[in-house]
Design a protein around this ligand. Structure first.
Ligand code: HEC
Ligand code: HEC
Length: 239
């Protein structure tokens, strides 16, 4: 029969036996080299997104959008981990540190189109002039059949994809360089398209409007609401 003392000793022995294994595990993670993000991008991403994230023409079947305006590392991490329509899931191929390094690389090294200082109403005017001939309205698309390709509706496009497409001109869409639309005009168009995708919703369950958009987006809305509330409280709680 096992005495209590023997039991204690055997548990201790088991623990000592496992100790070197766990120590080795820790040592291994300690000495793991930093992931080489440019090399990983070259191997896993460049064939669809271009060597510098500039996008690949939609005329080839593996086309991926430009990542030149992807400044949101959370959004990038989510796309890499979970995949996107036309983009594989990388959660089983890459380690978490590798995916993080890639998200940082994309948002800090490759992304060079700024997305600030936009104005929704200017964006509406610019959209009607520059985009509506093909996209008709941002939410319906299909304005005209252009070289056999129907311009898509823009309902589910993220700001990064919209800005990238404007500068890059995927497939039959013409590019709009800074000489045609400066960065502020570009930001205005992006703001306008985002606005008509999700018009302000008076009351009710606002979440329903946003559909399958990552939680990050909801978090921003909450942050915006908190800022709003703070301003309201500061004003003495009156409208
Ligand atoms: C087989 C082609 C393919 C490969 C490989 C690929 N992507 Fe993509 N990626 C796409 C497509 C297509 C989309 C756009 C999907 C959509 O319209 O929502 C996309 C979207 C993205 C987005 C989101 C853009 C946005 O704002 O919606 C990010 C970020 C991204 N990819 C990064 C990467 C990284 C980093 C890698 C390498 C680890 C990679 N992709 C590999 C095709 C690919
Ligand atoms: C001459 C017609 C034309 C004009 C003008 C045009 N587009 Fe496009 N656009 C297209 C076509 C065609 C596609 C589809 C390309 C493809 O993927 O084959 C497209 C694709 C897009 C996409 C999707 C990119 C992706 O990777 O999913 C966005 C976003 C977009 N356009 C935004 C705009 C904006 C904003 C403007 C105005 C500044 C604009 N477009 C002007 C024809 C046009």
């Amino acid at each position: 029969m096992l005495t209590q003392r023997a039991l204690t000793w055997s548990i201790l022995a088991l623990f000592l036996l496992l100790l070197p294994t766990s120590a080795a595990l820790f040592a291994q993670t300690d000495t793991q080299p930093e992931p080489d993000a440019p090399a990983l991008f070259h191997t896993h991403c460049a064939m669809c997104h271009g060597e510098h994230g500039e996008g690949v023409s939609a005329l080839v079947s593996i086309a991926g959008p430009s990542l030149k305006a992807e400044h949101n590392p959370g959004m990038a991490m989510l796309a890499i981990q979970a995949g996107r329509p036309g983009m594989p899931v990388f959660a089983y191929v890459l380690s978490v540190p590798q995916m993080r390094a890639l998200a940082d690389y994309v948002t800090q090294q490759l992304a060079d189109i700024p997305l600030s200082g936009g104005n929704v109403s200017n964006g509406g005017v610019l959209f009607r002039v520059n985009c509506a001939p093909c996209h008709r309205t941002a939410v319906r698309g299909g304005g005209m059949v252009f070289i056999g390709t129907n311009a898509p509706d823009l309902t589910d496009k993220t700001p990064a994809v919209i800005a990238g497409a404007i500068r890059w001109g995927p497939g039959p869409m013409p590019p709009f360089p800074e000489s045609l639309l400066d960065n502020q005009q570009l930001a205005s168009i992006v703001d306008y398209v985002s606005y008509v995708q999700h018009p302000p919703h008076p009351g009710g369950n606002a979440l329903g409007w946003y559909g399958p958009i990552p939680e990050g987006f909801v978090a921003w809305i909450i942050v915006a609401a908190l800022i709003g509330a703070t301003i309201w409280i500061e004003k003495g709680g009156k409208g």
